[in-house]
Design a protein around this ligand. Structure first.
Ligand SMILES: Cc1cc2nc3c(=O)[nH]c(=O)nc-3n(C[C@H](O)[C@H](O)[C@H](O)COP(=O)(O)O)c2cc1C
Length: 359
């Protein structure tokens, strides 16, 4: 990794949470609202029978929901990750932690990650960034296979999430801008470990999915445009630092990327499980994602405020999302997630234009 002081890394992870909680960082357009499930006035199923459970990577989840990786690496992250893990365990959903490079390469605040290890979360994802698996400068220490294994052990993970975040790196004044060689390194990791490849809010396309599948990745998390915009997050940070070029790039590229529902439609035909994330804010959004063929839906920005508040708020938010998903299942006559994946839907608005064949 490029020479960064331990303090800078830790400070940055703390700032991300602060900026997301305190500033406008949402994408301009709610793509999920363009997916309209068709109402079924004769569901022929009782609400009490509706069962949203799924199996992902061999692990049973009570509901098809993942809290996608956000944080760790600074003292305040202990509370957030503990609240998330306790609530995920109690509700029966999956979770990931944020990038573990601080703990793995710098030995920083490992307890802000390992605090999740004691909770019986049914499926846990460790997390590293693609820019850190290749050298950013000559002589850099990169995250290799042993480091990735340690990242998994630290939290008791079932799989490793590798995040692709080059939009964010371009807006970060101190961003890592080398990208050559990531795919080969992902393949090397995926040869030994179960790997989920994720974006961080700019989406995965079919051709990227094809290359990742050939590299041996087991699950995709699309993390598309329409939710938390990392161009926006880094715009605010760059502005505060007086980095005018990056601040302006962040504003211009605020909504850059592939809308989440479009990315789901692009990746489902590739045959691997797809996690739909980026702008998922309700159980209805989860239902929309499953109707498009996703196996589960992920949210980060949707639960951060609750996680920064308390375990009780986090659990209540997750239970509310599961309840809304079950309502959508009932009203489409779907007893199971497999039924919901066959539910009828109509695509409207900008998302319809994205999905229309280019003339
Ligand atoms: C405060 C914050 C920090 C994040 N840090 C990471 C990270 O370290 N690693 C990662 O893979 N994704 C990270 N993400 C991205 C999320 O996992 C997710 O892909 C993205 O926020 C889009 O989902 P959303 O619209 O539900 O927030 C972070 C998101 C937030 C809100």
């Amino acid at each position: 990794m490029s020479e960064e002081s331990a303090g800078l890394l830790s400070h940055r992870k703390a700032e991300h949470v602060k900026v997301v909680l305190g500033q406008n960082v949402e994408g301009r357009y709610r793509y999920w609202e363009d997916i309209q499930l068709v109402h079924n006035a004769l569901p022929e199923v009782d609400f009490s029978e509706v069962d949203p459970s799924v199996v992902l990577l061999g692990k049973p989840l009570k509901a098809p929901i993942i809290i996608t990786g956000m944080t760790g690496g600074y003292p305040g992250a202990v509370t957030i990750n503990s609240n998330l893990a306790r609530a995920a365990a109690d509700v029966g959903v999956a979770m990931g932690v944020g990038s573990e490079r601080a703990a793995i390469l710098k030995g920083q605040y490992p307890e802000s990650y390992s605090c999740v290890a004691g909770f019986a979360v049914p499926l846990k994802f460790a997390n590293i960034g693609a820019p850190q698996i290749i050298p950013q400068a000559p002589g850099d220490r990169v995250v290799g296979l042993d480091d990735a294994r340690r990242a998994m052990e630290l939290i008791g993970a079932d799989a490793l999430a590798v995040h692709l975040n080059f939009l964010q790196e371009m807006v970060q004044p101190e961003g890592d801008r080398r990208a050559r060689g990531c795919l080969d390194q992902i393949a090397a990791l995926a040869h030994e470990l179960p790997v989920l490849a994720k974006e961080t809010g700019a989406g995965l396309s079919r051709s990227v999915g094809e290359r990742l599948r050939a590299a041996g990745v087991k699950v995709f998390d699309v993390s598309g445009t329409g939710g938390t915009s990392f161009a926006a997050v880094e715009h605010h940070r760059a502005e505060a630092q007086g980095a005018l070029r990056e601040a302006r790039v962040g504003k211009i590229f605020w909504d850059w990327g592939i809308p989440s529902p479009v990315a789901v439609r692009e990746l489902v035909p590739l045959g691997l499980p797809v996690v739909a994330s980026g702008g998922v804010r309700s159980g209805l959004d989860v239902a929309r994602a499953l109707a498009l063929g996703a196996t589960a839906a992920g949210t980060a920005g949707g639960v951060l405020r609750a996680a920064a508040t308390s375990y009780e708020s986090t659990r209540a938010e997750l239970e509310q999302i599961v309840h809304e998903l079950r309502v959508a299942m009932f009203l489409t006559g779907s007893r199971t997630v497999a039924d919901l994946r066959r539910a009828r839907y109509v695509v409207t608005g900008e998302t319809r234009q994205w999905l229309a064949p280019t003339p």
